[in-house]
Design a protein around this ligand. Structure first.
Ligand SMILES: CC(C)(COP(=O)(O)OP(=O)(O)OC[C@H]1O[C@@H](n2cnc3c(N)ncnc32)[C@H](O)[C@@H]1OP(=O)(O)O)[C@@H](O)C(=O)NCCC(=O)NCCS
Length: 195
C-alpha cells in the first residue's frame, strides 16, 4: 500500500464525515468507514518470527512476562512458536504459542504500548484462533495474573471465558510484585472452545 494511496483514502473518508444525516450520504459514509478499515488492515501483517528475529521481540514480550529469566526459560521449554505483528515496517506486537497439546495456549501476548486500545490485541487473538482451528485444536487457553484487571477485561472482550485458576503459579517471583495494589500470585486461565 503506497503512502499516497493511504493518505488519499483517509482524506476521502474524512471529507465524508461532514455529510450529516442525509441517507445517501450516510451510506457513502459507511462505505468509506469500511474502506478505511480495509486500508488500515492492509498494512498489518502477522507471521512466525525467524530465530534471528526473536531478540527484537523480547522488550515487547517483557510487558507480558515481567521476569526476563522466566521469559527465556519459557522460550526453551514451553513455547513452540513465536509470532510478530507489524504495521508496515514497524513492529507493533508479539506472541508466543504452545501448540503441543489438544488445547493450545497463548503463553505471552503483547502490543507496543503506544498502540494499545487500537484493536491490535484482539486482531492478534483472532489470528491465533484461526491458526488454532487450522491446526485442528479443540480449545485455545490463555492465562493472566489475578492482578491484571485490564487483561481480564481484554480476554473476555476477545471472546474467551474464565476456566480455571492455577494457584500460586507466580511463586517464582522472589520479591512480591504488585499491579494496581494487588499482589501477583495466581493465574486465571481463560478458554475458548473451538469445536
Ligand atoms: C492486553 C493487550 C494485549 C491488549 O491489547 P490492545 O491492542 O490494547 O487491546 P484491543 O485494543 O484489541 O482491545 C480489545 C477490547 O479490550 C478492551 N481492553 C483492552 N485493554 C483493556 C484494559 N486495560 N482495560 C479494559 N479494557 C481493555 C478494549 O477496550 C476493547 O474493548 P471494546 O471492543 O469494547 O472497545 C495489551 O494491553 C498489552 O500488550 N498489554 C501488556 C502485555 C500483557 O499484559 N499481555 C497480556 C498477558 S499475556
Amino acid at each position: 500500500m503506497s503512502e499516497w494511496l493511504k493518505e488519499h483514502a483517509w482524506k476521502a473518508c474524512g471529507g465524508q464525515l461532514l455529510v450529516g444525516s442525509n441517507p445517501t450520504c450516510s451510506a457513502i459514509k459507511r462505505r468509506c468507514e469500511s474502506q478505511r478499515r480495509f486500508f488500515m488492515d492492509m498494512t498489518i501483517t502477522i507471521r512466525q518470527a525467524t530465530p534471528d528475529e526473536v531478540e527484537q521481540l523480547v522488550p515487547l514480550l517483557l510487558q507480558a512476562e515481567h521476569s526476563e529469566g522466566a521469559l527465556r526459560w519459557g522460550f526453551a521449554n514451553l513455547v513452540d512458536a513465536i509470532y510478530r505483528m507489524d504495521d508496515g515496517t514497524a513492529l507493533v506486537g508479539a506472541a508466543t504459542m504452545q501448540w503441543r497439546n489438544e488445547a493450545c495456549e497463548i503463553m505471552e501476548l503483547a502490543i507496543a504500548p503506544e498502540r494499545h486500545r487500537q484493536g491490535l490485541g484482539r486482531q492478534f487473538v483472532n489470528w491465533l484462533v484461526d491458526e488454532a482451528r487450522r491446526r485442528g485444536k479443540h480449545a485455545l487457553l490463555v492465562g493472566t495474573a489475578n492482578s491484571s484487571i485490564g487483561n481480564i477485561a481484554f480476554y473476555q472482550k476477545s471472546g474467551l471465558r474464565m476456566d480455571t485458576v492455577r494457584r500460586d503459579y507466580f511463586r517464582y517471583y522472589h520479591e512480591p510484585v504488585y499491579e494496581d495494589g494487588i499482589q501477583i500470585r495466581d493465574m486465571l486461565v481463560f478458554r475458548l472452545t473451538l469445536h
